[in-house]
Design a protein around this ligand. Structure first.
Ligand code: PHE
Length: 343
């Protein structure tokens, strides 16, 4: 009996060490230990040679051994079956992979590209600049010196490491950088992400996207500005849309204006989108302030220019009748997948 226990212990170690990389190996295990000519059966057959007083103990040891081998077999089977981990030689590696669903462009990108391409057709070139700006390019050069009250309207995020650095509040900073290069005339369009310290709501966010434009040359007039923006609106929203300019204030333009378009929803008769005025504001604009030109080293006696800036979210919301700004940054595919068609 003692001999038998020793032998069984050895078998158990063998069983424990048995590795089955695939289901054939698991089957080999089954045949070897649990098959009709397997070890368990063979040892059971020894019962006839066991003395009557030992039969009971022998039976117990053998039963326990059988259960042990069966448990191991179940583990091997599970780890090599297709439901468990597929083993390398069972997987057909020549099969093509599952197709990944194709994404679609973000509505902000679609509309930004459309805006940019309209202005490119008028000869505007794309200019880009850093999102982390310094005070000079974002404010001071733009006729917004320190302590200017208009800075309040564009509160932003500052960077601890250097109080001169901030997240740009508009892409006008790119216009400054372009003017400082001193190559005239300038006819640029500046798309990009901007930041403001705003409480997030359906109508405001701490970041959004702008496209700003700048044209500086000799004899540029307000009529050129109006005609350029009129062309843009007709291309973007259709021939029937009307525009109007309202006097406004920006430190870097003089005179300044805000431009409205006739409401796309009600056609100008009045609805809750246009707050029953028939008009919706889409951008700010004006003639480049002489101080701005001088700050950037451009002779303001010789050159004039115009600038304008619009929010891409705003245009997108009007274009697609989207009511909540937060949808643009929540990344919900149910929202995003609706914008596959070009605008
Ligand atoms: N930079 C202004 C803003 O972000 C927009 C603007 C640009 C206004 C150019 C006038 C001229 O609010």
């Amino acid at each position: 009996m003692d001999n038998l226990l020793l032998t069984i212990d050895q078998y158990k170690t063998d069983i424990n060490n048995f590795i089955a990389p695939n289901s054939e190996a698991a089957e080999t295990f089954r045949i070897k230990y649990l098959g009709t000519k397997g070890l368990v059966k063979e040892l059971m057959g020894e019962m006839k040679n066991v003395t009557p007083e030992n039969k009971r103990a022998f039976g117990q040891v053998m039963n326990e051994f059988k259960v042990f081998a069966e448990a191991k077999y179940e583990t091997l089977k599970a780890s090599t079956s297709k439901d468990g981990q597929a083993s390398a030689d069972e997987a057909d590696l020549s099969l093509p992979a599952d197709a990944l669903p194709l994404g679609s462009r973000h509505p902000i990108s679609l509309v930004r590209n459309r805006i940019v391409s309209i202005f490119q057709r008028l000869g505007f070139a794309v200019a880009e600049g850093p999102e982390i700006e310094d005070d000079w390019h974002n404010f001071t050069a733009l006729n917004l010196p320190e302590n200017h009250p208009a800075r309040d309207m564009q509160d932003t995020f500052y960077i601890n490491q250097n109080p001169d650095w901030l997240l740009r509040t508009h892409t006008s900073s790119v216009q400054v950088r372009e003017m400082e290069k001193g190559k005239l005339p300038i006819r640029i369009i500046c798309p990009g992400r901007v930041y403001r310290n705003e409480t997030i709501s359906a109508r405001a966010h701490c970041f959004f996207h702008q496209v700003e434009g700048l044209y500086i040359a000799e004899n540029v007039s307000f009529a050129d500005l109006k005609q350029t923006l009129y062309f843009f609106v007709q291309e973007m929203f259709g021939k029937d849309v009307k525009i109007r300019f309202r006097p406004s204030y920006f430190p870097f333009t003089e005179p300044s204006a805000e431009m409205d378009i006739s409401c796309l929803i009600c056609g100008g008769t009045g609805c809750n989108v246009c707050k029953y005025t028939g008009w919706v504001e889409i951008l700010g604009c004006g003639m480049a302030h002489p101080n701005l030109l001088d700050n950037c080293g451009i002779d303001s006696n010789k050159y004039t220019g115009f600038a304008f800036g619009m929010g891409v979210e705003r245009i997108t919301m009007l274009k697609y009748q989207i009511k909540d700004l937060r949808l643009f940054s929540e990344n919900d595919v149910r929202f995003l997948k609706q914008f596959t068609a070009a605008v």
